[in-house]
Unconditional design. Structure first.
Length: 324
């Protein structure tokens, strides 16, 4: 550390005292205003003069008078303190504005990892933020957003931007064929959907984003599935497949490659297999209401998700999209 830097470090704690002393030009009054003993002010003045290398104040009776050197330094001291105060104001403002509430509606499959990752990143910076969460089908999520009941909707497919609706894609993930762990295709690297034409299909209900995606996949394959069950929850669908009640098409899930949910003394279990279809993927995005005056917490969350969301979710995409 060079001499000039050492001098600066020694002077920094004295700046508020010197600024107040320059304003009052009275040691006792300065001590009272700052809530410190008068001796503290006197010692600080002596230290400051020693560091600067010249006298800063001249005593005149019970008062003091600034020396030319002090008058030269005082505007710089006041400017430095003003800049620091401005920084404090920014930090405190950022802390205060995120004490509000952010309402997010999302499809069920995003509650396990996607939304928690985004919320965790935001809360690490703004721990006082409260989130109000609701979940449901894609159509219901977008209706809630448009109605003003939510600030954001996390959906797949991504909502189309509109007059009062903004949206952005965050990431893309494959859709997998989910079959019972003893199904003839369970050990295959990939499967064409037409091979399962006559088997029962376990589907999401109407209005869910995944339902519209699987409908498009079946249209592209040239047939309509024989729907055996409809559900509103992907966990239930996996359970039905695990019991051998049909096959399904779902985003990646579970603990990784290999049979999942296999229990001793039962035949429960499911396997994910790559689906040979150019449409076997979904694009996940976030939508928000465009409004003239956006609450600060909502703005900050949206800015973070748009700028950092794809990077934050990259690891999730890689892990869940790994070939089974």
């Amino acid at each position: 550390m060079d001499i000039e830097h050492k001098q600066l470090v020694q002077l920094l704690p004295l700046l508020p005292l010197l600024a107040e002393l320059g304003r009052t030009e009275h040691v006792t009054e300065t001590a009272e205003l700052l809530g410190v003993p008068q001796s503290t002010v006197s010692r600080a003045l002596a230290r400051a003069s020693a560091v600067v290398g010249t006298e800063l104040l001249i005593r005149e009776g019970r008062g003091v008078r600034l020396t030319p050197a002090a008058k030269t330094l005082l505007p710089y001291i006041e400017a430095a303190l003003a800049e620091f105060q401005a920084g404090l104001d920014v930090v405190r403002h950022e802390s205060d504005v995120v004490r509000g509430r952010i309402a997010v509606t999302f499809q069920h499959t995003f509650g396990e990892a996607t939304l928690p990752l985004l919320m965790s990143a935001f809360r690490s910076r703004h721990p006082s933020t409260a989130f109000e969460l609701s979940q449901g089908a894609r159509a219901a999520c977008l209706e809630s957003l448009v109605a003003g009941d939510a600030d954001f909707a996390l959906t797949a497919p991504v909502a189309a931007p509109g007059r009062n609706l903004g949206s952005a894609a965050l990431y893309r993930e494959p859709l997998r064929l989910v079959v019972h762990h003893r199904h003839p295709v369970a050990r295959r690297a990939s499967v064409r959907l037409a091979e399962l034409r006559h088997e029962p299909f376990v589907s999401m209900g109407p209005g869910f984003g995944l339902r519209s995606l699987t409908d498009a996949i079946f249209r592209d394959a040239g047939f309509r599935p024989r729907v055996a069950f409809e559900s509103q929850d992907s966990h239930t669908i996996r359970g039905l497949v695990s019991a051998g009640l049909g096959y399904s098409i779902l985003p990646p899930g579970g603990l990784g490659p290999g049979p999942q949910g296999v229990l001793d003394s039962t035949d429960l279990g499911w396997v994910e297999v790559s689906l040979d279809s150019e449409l076997a993927y979904r694009e996940i995005g976030i939508a928000w209401r465009e409004r003239r005056k956006e609450p600060d917490p909502v703005r900050l969350f949206r800015e973070m998700v748009l700028s950092e969301g794809p990077g934050l979710l990259a690891g999730l995409v890689k892990a869940r999209s790994a070939a089974q």
